[in-house]
Design a protein around this ligand. Structure first.
Ligand code: ATP
Length: 458
């Protein structure tokens, strides 16, 4: 019997699992690491790719009213003047006079340095954009910035998209890409880093429809997380107060997730009005008007922006999937990833290293990997191999034994229930396909049989 162990998902457990199993490593580790930069390892890169693909599928592929974009990271510096980032994208900062560490003054609980207790300087504003130079000369004229958000690349391509796709309002442009912020206070693993990825939508609408579309996107985005397995009770919507609202926003809600350190922003959804197009039209001197054929009017569309972080989503999916169960006095660590997100969909495990079962298992492995990320593992006992797959969230294991040589069947074992079914090898692919799409494990292909075992072999 499986009993629920009392668990607390603390960040240390997640960080250690990610490190141990190759999801996420500290950047530049052999040189002592680079503060708040992270490298996604073999499993992390698959998880992150699956999250991005699920997002792209939901917001671009399956919709008529969305198109994609991939703008460059380096952009004309005037973009940041128009967007307000050069002036407004700054945090108030104090420096410790003894240890010289810098702190965000709005986050300090008392007036001394939290690290050494030393005296702090007056607060000053610190721009969060990374500056660099374009071309061979390092002077003021060649200053460019690493983009602090992907959104601006969309605004400045609005006319290009209208002209080339002939999209009519309402429609949106989606983009996934790196963004960089020289954050003062980092930490909480990949929650806040200096280099991260965003998945942003800018949805262009007629101004009078802003309330309707704003509510639509709030619901749509919240549901996306729930459909991919995040527990609804671990998500909440939080409205920004007037004081908190960014300079460009008329209204904003955060989708917060209950991370190990408490409720924190996962995604922001803002009604940006016509702020961005007004600004870019004014600073560039180019008209960004939209001509509405129905009303024969020229106007600047309003924009609803759902802006999500890939890394924060990755962390939320990891935390929500993490589980520990007590199994016969031993702890089974598992990640209940939704099959769409699981880095490895199927593991093929031969029960013996003898030539005949290995040949069959290798054939299955070669066949299945045409379709999915599949792993092959023949090291140690079957119980240990199952545990290794549970810990990285592999939804299904396929085992091949001596009986498989006679009856040409293999066993599919499910991660969450540990139930098993026996299926003809010729039907493995279609059966797994159906299971990965959510069909119950007990719907069997012809010739298949249920093989529920109380205890797994160790
Ligand atoms: P915060 O208040 O936490 O600093 P923000 O409100 O500045 O976040 P936005 O500018 O709204 O964030 O960016 C949209 C999304 O990009 C955020 O919801 C988050 O998922 C992600 N994001 C922003 N900054 C970072 C960061 N430093 N590291 C990782 N993800 C980030």
């Amino acid at each position: 019997m499986t009993e629920q162990a009392p668990i607390k998902v603390d960040m240390e457990k997640i960080v250690s699992l990610c490190r141990r199993r190759g999801f996420i490593f500290p950047s530049s580790e052999i040189y002592g690491g680079l503060s708040s930069c992270w490298d996604y390892g073999p499993l992390g890169v698959e998880l992150k790719r699956n999250i991005k693909e699920a997002w792209w599928r939901a917001v671009v592929q399956e919709r008529d009213d969305m198109v994609g974009l991939d703008a460059s990271i380096l952009m004309h510096p005037q973009i940041w003047e128009a967007s307000g980032h050069l002036k407004g994208f700054a945090d108030p900062l104090v420096e410790c006079k003894s240890c010289h560490l810098r702190w965000r003054s709005d986050e300090l609980e008392n007036s001394n340095c939290p690290s050494c207790g030393g005296e702090l300087t007056e607060s000053r504003l610190f721009n969060l954009m990374f500056k660099t130079f374009i071309g061979p000369v390092e002077d003021e004229a060649s200053v460019v910035y690493l983009r602090p958000e992907t959104a601006q690349g969309i605004f400045v391509n609005f006319q290009n998209v209208v002209n080339t796709t002939r999209k009519r309002l309402p429609f949106g442009i989606a983009q996934i890409g790196k963004a960089f912020r020289n954050e003062i206070t980092t930490g909480n693993f990949i929650f806040r880093s200096r280099e991260f990825e965003q998945m942003e939508i800018e949805f262009f609408i007629k101004p009078v429809t802003d309330k309707e579309w704003f509510n639509y996107w709030l619901e749509e985005r919240l549901n996306w997380y729930v459909k991919l397995g995040i527990k609804r009770e671990n998500l909440r919507l939080r409205q920004h107060t007037k004081e908190e609202l960014a300079h460009y926003a008329r209204e904003c809600y955060d989708i917060d997730y209950l991370f190990p350190m408490g409720w924190s922003e996962l995604e922001g959804i803002a009604n940006r009005g016509d702020f961005d197009l007004v600004q870019h039209a004014s600073v560039s001197g180019k008209s960004l008007d939209y001509f509405d054929e129905e009303s024969k009017e020229h106007f600047l569309p309003y924009i609803i922006e759902p802006s999500a972080g890939v890394d924060r989503s990755t962390l939320a999916f990891l935390c929500d999937a993490y589980d520990e169960e007590l199994e016969d006095g031993e702890t089974r660590v598992l990640l209940h990833f939704h099959p769409t997100l699981a880095p490895i969909k199927v593991a093929v495990l031969p029960l013996s290293r003898q030539e005949k079962p290995v040949t069959v298992a290798k054939q299955i492995y070669t066949d299945l990997r045409q379709q999915w990320m599949v792993s092959y593992d023949d090291a140690q006992s079957i119980g240990r191999r199952y545990r290794r797959q549970d810990e990285i969230g592999t939804p299904f294991c396929v085992t091949v034994d001596f009986q498989s040589l006679e009856d040409e069947q293999a066993t599919i074992r499910e991660r969450d229930t540990m139930n098993q079914i026996r299926v003809p090898i010729v039907d493995l692919k279609t059966t797994l396909q159906a299971k990965l799409e959510g069909e119950s494990l007990f719907i069997l292909p012809p010739g298949g049989s249920i093989w529920k075992v109380e205890r797994e072999e160790r």
